[in-house]
Design a protein around this ligand. Sequence first.
Ligand code: KIV
Length: 258
Amino acid sequence: MKKIKNLLIKKNKTKIVCLTAYSKNIAKEIDNFVDVILVGDSLGSVLYDFDTTRTVTLEMMINHSKSVRKGITKSLMVVDMPYNTYRNKSEALKNCKKVMKESKCDAVKLEGGNKKIVEIIKHLIKNNIPVMGHLGLLPQNEKGKFTFKGKSSKEKIRLLNEAKVLERTGVFAIVLECVEKKLSKEITDQIKIITIGIGASQHCDGQILVTDDLIGLTNSKIKFVKEFGNVRKTIRDAVKKYKIEVKSLKFPSKKYLY
Ligand code: KIV
């Protein structure tokens, strides 16, 4: 797949820019500036106010992905497989095929690096489904407070090993979420596929953020989120102006009438 090859050759040459999108309009605006657009299951908390991404369904992911597809002309489109849709090889293959067919995405992303998930990913890749991995903090599996990963040497060894196993399995990239700085460098240096960090240091081959956080729509308090814009203010200002013009009969003026 050409788009994936083009991404892989960027390793050690230039940083890879990734963002999430849940709709056509956002995808269209970011497409020219990024390499990868992820339809993340973070849409569960960002759009639907769910406490956990576990509530996100396959149908929700497909519907949002269909919208996002319409806004992309150049970026690689990856779709998150939601919780409980890849519990065994046959379930994973059936659901990934459905997502790929209906959304026309380029790849899917699955969380985890244990033996069971590796076997499932192997089966998907054997069946021509391109897979992006996800290690470190795994929102679909996290119980309690979200904390960064790679504190103990046992955890470091496990994560480094999982990254190497995922590479051998054939994934083309791995998201490293909330992974300790030195460990994210070690993983990035020791594998040939690309690492995409979120709260995992500048040493990763690329970075990803939730677009709604980056544009200041969510007012996120998460440590790794940087707001690069303030869309909330832009919305409020526009709506205030609209309200004033409606009340004062200034809108709709002659220009907007048939
Ligand atoms: O669901 C999501 O948006 C993600 C990114 C934060 C990596 O998995």
